[in-house]
Design a protein around this ligand. Sequence first.
Ligand code: NAI
Ligand code: MG
Length: 501
Amino acid sequence: MSKVQRGNISEYLPADCMSGSTLWIGGKWEAASDGRTFDTVDPATGNPIISISRAGAGDVQRAVDAAKIGAKVWAELDGMQRAGIMRKAAELIREHRLALGALDSIDSGKAISETSGRNTDGAAGMFDFFSGITDKIRGSVIDMGPKKTGLVEREPYGVVGAISPWNFPMTNATTKIAPILACGNALILKPAEQTPLSALLLAHLLDLAGLPKGVFNVITGLGAEAGAALVEHPDVPKISFTGSTATGRRIAAAAGERLKSVTLELGGKSPFIVFDDADLDTAASGAVTTVFMNQGQTCTSCAKVLVARPLLAAFIEKCKERVAKISIGDPLDPSTDLGPIVSQQQLDRVNRLLSEGVAAGATKLALSAKYSPMVGGCFIAPLIVTDLDPASSLAREEIFGPVMSVSPFDNDEEAYAAANDTEYGLAASVWTSSLARAETARRAINTGIVWINCVHTLSLNTPVPGRKSSGLGSEYGWEAVDNYMRLKTTVTMFGDYKGLF
Ligand code: NAI
Ligand code: MG
């Protein structure tokens, strides 16, 4: 891997973006109409990276106008033609893996080995997977008796608004872009203000792939301004959002007011249950992976660890041994496993939850890792917390940091009750060698996905449907088509129509 450097940012970005024009509207780079900008920050150093256009409602209007034209052009292509452009996009993403990875690493603090590796593969895979659906979309014919035919078709919405978060900037964006395009829609992406950079290069690559102008647009800006204007726009009938439950609720309320469709992928407080018959080594590997990967900033992180009491001490020891091998430091060093937290604000939030937990009686167990924080960066060393008060914010809220909470249980019922004692219902991971126990557990736990003897094991064809306060709808797999297309019924009569009057 050639060395990625902070000072080389202009090598990775389209030239216009370097001078503060980061709105991609109708196939052109534009500045905000009132000239406003904000800085995106490198969380490893605390330094600003570049100025980003801060879009307002007028800019969103321009993007919607462009997307409406784009949607018409896109709808004129057939599925095979759209698939060809999407496959080309996948190829270009793979070719530009280092630049895309560099942008995500500098902007979000994620390790370069992950952003230019697994994350770019995931982003490209999304285009490959959904290019295979583009030309296979079908409707149905309803038997209505003689001389009548009922036709049910899937139609694109037209213009879709996509709002993405900062925890997996490139992958979260492409998880929306690929299916939205495959279903024949144009879209406007509003990336998170903490991490807008990789979306800018993606816009350039989609352009190179031959995507008609206006089909993909990027609006950079703040959630309460650009994001809210997109949600409120009357010509954007569908919104797809990934982020916090609080913002998801706000978006759902605004969408409800306008009766538009929303897909929401929100937060979680997902359990990780280790039964007394589990393989302890593999379970510890799973726990350390799910809690600490991406510095804990993963929506499906199963960081609420519940362990059968007799295994508790041995389990914690095994986790400590594994954490000791993790290197935390400069995200641009290819040997780094984990970088900083995405922003000072998020780091403050993690520390606040920790001090509230400790005030309510929790004990912090420091873990030794290969920890080399950078000066000015938002670094935090991994931790285990025990003795949690189940009513404390630490026990109830999504932590989104490298903190494993560990609590013992004395029987299976107690484990299921603790697992379900949350407003969330996203994911769960269960470790047991008993088939019967696994079957009981997967039925007892009220989450959209349950992993048995594994965690984060997914394919692009695996839906992750959040329950309770964790979301509405599901992004992956064929189910994504139901999110981004609407039904149209046509009834045709061949003579003999008789009216009531
Ligand atoms: P957020 O949900 O506010 O931000 C996510 C996206 O929503 C960003 O693009 C933001 O600009 C946009 N947004 C914010 N307010 C909006 C509004 N009123 N209308 C339209 N768009 C809006 O998340 P935030 O504040 O950055 O993170 C807070 C917590 O949320 C985290 O600590 C974590 O617990 C959770 N979170 C969960 C994620 C997940 O993967 N489900 C991803 C990011 C955060
Ligand atoms: Mg940033």
